[in-house]
Ligand binder design. Structure first.
Ligand SMILES: *Cc1c(COP(=O)(O)O)cnc(C)c1O
Length: 368
């Protein structure tokens, strides 16, 4: 019996490499609240990512909740239904009404051509997602935002390390939010970060993630507890030492899939990196109508071989019970997003996935 293969497998460096970090925490007895590892990790991440300022947080979801609070976003926010449910949930946690706009079928990110029709006097921001690490159409989104006086927040949970020709994609918009959940390309077990354009904004975010405390006795806003602990920050520092080799392995897996699947009728691949430096975080395939079996039948077939591909993102956020009655959630408004939710299958990709296993997975797909 072969080992099951899951869609993602977290990188874990040898335990011995982590023990010195733990010893240091045990020695200095600083466990959280912006301790030494937290500070070192923020600095090291800024250097690796090529950004000036960021604030660590306990997970990406609280990062999104805090980013919206920091920007004073209220009323309605335009967002994509094709994402992980936390994107829209972060709006509900701020009592903001999500307004879903359809995606571009080529990139599976928010379609800028459809944004303006959804803007109302209550709209205060656009929350877009760099889906599977593919950069949103940032220039078009920014020009719409500028024209209508809207804030722009990027859910960059998939976009760790993604760069375009001018630098990190995380520099776009007013704030970008990363997730370091165990299933992501770069993880700290749980964790996340808010990328900020300047020191003043970072300080504001630092206060908001610590209950709104600005000093020992002064609380200025109803902030949340979104702090990252020293153990997670130390683990992040260790992970950063291994990230380049991990990304290089993912690049091999991605290339092997692309080569083996490119000629298969009925299987559509999303475009490659192009001008971007991407992170190979997911390997989505679109199972089109001319493929011999349905997307769900392929998913079941792989399962029968203990290969656990995932239907990210199915169901569509707009079809979950807390969203489905919104006018913008109706299927007629979201034709491309519904189509994608019914076609996409994310195949396993992680640094430890062998090329033999890639071949085995591809052969099952080709033999369908
Ligand atoms: C993982 C993910 C999140 C949530 O991040 P957590 O760190 O798990 O809270 C938000 N948005 C997207 C698109 C994600 O993939």
């Amino acid at each position: 019996m072969t080992q099951p293969i899951y869609v993602a497998q977290p990188d874990l460096p040898p335990l011995e490499e982590f023990l010195p970090y733990l010893r240091e925490i045990w020695d200095n007895k600083i466990l959280t609240n912006g301790g030494p590892f937290h500070q070192q990790f923020e600095q090291a991440l800024c250097e690796f990512l090529g950004v000036e300022h960021l604030s660590l947080c306990s997970n990406g979801t609280l990062g999104l909740v805090t980013a919206l609070q920091a920007l004073g976003v209220t009323g309605e926010v335009i967002t994509t239904p094709y994402s992980f449910v936390a994107s829209a949930h972060s709006l509900l946690w701020n009592r903001i009404q999500p307004v879903f706009v359809d995606i571009d079928p080529a990139t599976l990110t928010l379609d800028p051509a459809k944004i303006e029709a959804a803007i109302t006097p209550r709209t205060s921001a656009i929350l877009a997602v760099h889906c599977y690490g593919h950069r949103c159409e940032v220039e078009a989104i920014q020009s719409i935002a500028d024209k209508h006086g809207l804030k722009v927040i990027y859910d960059a949970a998939h976009a760790f390390g993604v760069r375009d020709t001018k630098g990190s994609v995380l520099r776009h918009g007013d704030l970008s939010v990363l997730s370091f959940h165990a299933t992501k390309v770069f993880h700290t077990f749980e964790g996340g970060a808010i990328v900020c354009p300047d020191a003043h904004t970072k300080q504001h975010v630092d206060h908001l993630k610590n209950f709104g405390f600005v000093n020992e006795t002064t609380v200025v806003e109803a902030g949340i507890n979104g702090k990252m602990s020293e153990v997670n920050a130390a683990f992040g520092l260790l992970q950063l030492r291994h990230i380049q080799s991990s990304l290089a392995r993912r690049r091999q897996v991605d290339a092997a899939y692309r080569e083996a699947l490119s000629g298969v009728a009925g299987i559509r691949l999303l475009q490659g990196a192009g001008e971007l430096e991407v992170n190979y975080s997911y390997f989505p395939v679109l199972v089109e109508a001319n493929f011999p079996i349905s997307r769900d039948a392929l998913y079941e077939k792989l399962r029968a071989h203990s290969i656990f591909a995932r239907r990210y993102f199915y169901p569509l956020i707009a079809n979950f019970p807390m969203y489905k009655d919104l006018p913008s959630a109706q299927a007629g408004n979201l034709l491309e997003a519904n189509a994608a939710a019914n076609k996409v299958l994310c195949l396993p990709i992680y640094s430890a996935l062998s090329l033999q296993d890639v071949t085995r997975i591809v052969n099952i797909v080709r033999g369908a």
